[in-house]
Design a protein around this ligand. Structure first.
Ligand code: SAH
Length: 253
């Protein structure tokens, strides 16, 4: 059995309990060495075989899995954050299915949740925005034309940009063609939940400088939107006059 496990955003204790138990039980761990906190590997048993996929191709990863499975090993494929986002997991699952090797997935805390926690922010604020766009700027990996930032920018909702720290002039230019303004609040969160975590706050007009002045070139998320500002409405759910299945609203007269 292959378990795809989300390692969480960085802090060792932000892996799930299930993920932790899977690491402790594993006979083989293949971890995404570019971003997974290596301290997590200390959870592994003495005899566990450990491989860093950052140095391997897809075929080499699959060969390790095939070999381990043939030897009856419990295998963990450890991905950063949650494996469903920019994790290159699907191509592995499909190949494993072709090989007749069963797999399961243990979710993880994505870095975009770690970044919100670091910022003490709520992405969906009443009266402001009820949507979060998770995307990336186009780099070596192509983004479909209909999802180019200029198109997505028409919504002006909360935007979370992965893998885009090196492309911030482009991000700024594209977002300004839509509903975002020079003074739309932004934040860059470098290594959210790691000890080296760094938070830089500013506005879209200065986004490229915010990264440059703080030497942030990778392992960061860019958050854009008025959710980082001061204005919002109180929720209806907790309003005194709002009735729910659990609480009868009080008359406000
Ligand atoms: N599956 C991962 C994302 C992998 S793509 C997740 O759910 O978080 C790798 C990108 O994620 C990085 O380039 C960076 O943009 C972002 N990232 C991953 N961990 C991060 C962290 N701790 N802090 C900030 N950004 C992070």
């Amino acid at each position: 059995m292959i378990w795809f496990v989300g390692a969480g955003p960085g802090a060792v204790d932000l892996i799930t309990v299930r993920g932790q138990e899977l690491l402790q039980r594993a006979d083989m761990i293949i971890y995404a060495g570019s971003l997974v906190n290596p301290a997590l590997l200390q959870l592994a048993g003495e005899s566990c075989e450990i491989y860093n996929s950052a140095e391997m191709t897809l075929d080499e990863v699959l060969e390790r899995m095939r070999d381990g499975n043939a030897r009856g090993l419990e295998i963990v494929r450890l991905h950063t954050g949650d494996p469903s986002l920019y994790g290159a997991m699907r191509e592995q699952i499909d190949k494993l299915e072709e090989l007749g090797i069963p797999c399961q997935i243990c979710p993880g805390v994505s870095s975009f949740c770690g970044a919100a926690a670091a910022l003490q922010a709520e992405y969906t604020l009443p009266g402001l925005t009820q949507s979060v766009i998770i995307t990336r700027a186009e780099g070596r990996t192509k983004v479909p034309e209909r999802e180019h930032l200029g198109h997505l920018a028409v919504h002006g909702c909360t935007m979370v940009l992965f893998l885009s720290t090196g492309l911030l002039s482009h991000v700024k230019r594209e977002l300004l063609t839509g509903a975002y303004r020079e003074d739309t609040p932004c934040a860059i969160v470098y290594k959210a939940t790691w000890e080296e975590e760094k938070i830089v706050r500013g506005t879209l007009g200065r986004l490229p400088e915010m990264a440059a002045e703080n030497d942030i070139t990778k392992t960061a998320l860019v958050l854009v939107g008025d959710f980082l500002g001061d204005d919002y409405e109180l929720s209806r759910l907790y309003a005194p006059d709002f009735s729910t299945e659990y609480r009868k609203g009080k008359d406000q007269n």
